[in-house]
Ligand binder design. Structure first.
Ligand code: DCM
Length: 130
């Protein structure tokens, strides 16, 4: 069986990367992630990402480029990341998150990323969707 894909967005705006603090489930709450979520049946990864960022943050976005690589999550799931351009709206923590931060290039270590997101953040560091 192939792994199920979780998609996440490296949302950049004016050179800063968006980090989101999870509010659930309990074992992940308080840790920071690149926002995203699971694919629904029939969705492409890009469609799932646009939907998740709309639901979770209230913004319209455009996936720009897949970040090379794939990172293991819990058993049976892998994380894939796209750089994402913000088209409209100001991100707000509507669902699954209780705080957001825009991190400048020297601030990427300032938040307590989920362990599984750390290699993905390292891979996107320095990229920009401008
Ligand atoms: N997940 C993760 N890192 C991300 C996004 C999601 O580790 N950047 C994990 C958390 C959940 C699963 O993927 O176990 C599905 O995410 P969600 O609950 O947001 O749909």
């Amino acid at each position: 069986m192939s792994d199920r894909v979780v998609v996440a967005g490296a949302v950049y705006d004016r050179g800063r990367l968006l980090a989101a603090r999870r509010s659930a489930p309990e074992e992940l709450a308080g840790r920071w992630e690149l926002p995203g979520g699971k694919l629904e049946p029939g969705e492409s990864p890009e469609q799932a990402l646009v939907r998740e960022l709309r639901e979770e943050l209230g913004v319209e976005t455009e996936p720009v480029e897949r970040v090379p690589g794939e990172w293991p999550l819990k058993p049976g799931y892998v994380l894939r990341v796209w750089t994402v351009r913000l088209l409209s709206g100001e991100p707000r923590p509507l669902e699954d998150h209780d705080a957001l931060r825009w991190l400048g290039p020297h601030e990427l270590d300032d938040v307590d990323w989920l362990d599984q997101d750390r290699p993905a953040v390292a891979a996107v560091a320095g990229l920009s969707a401008e």
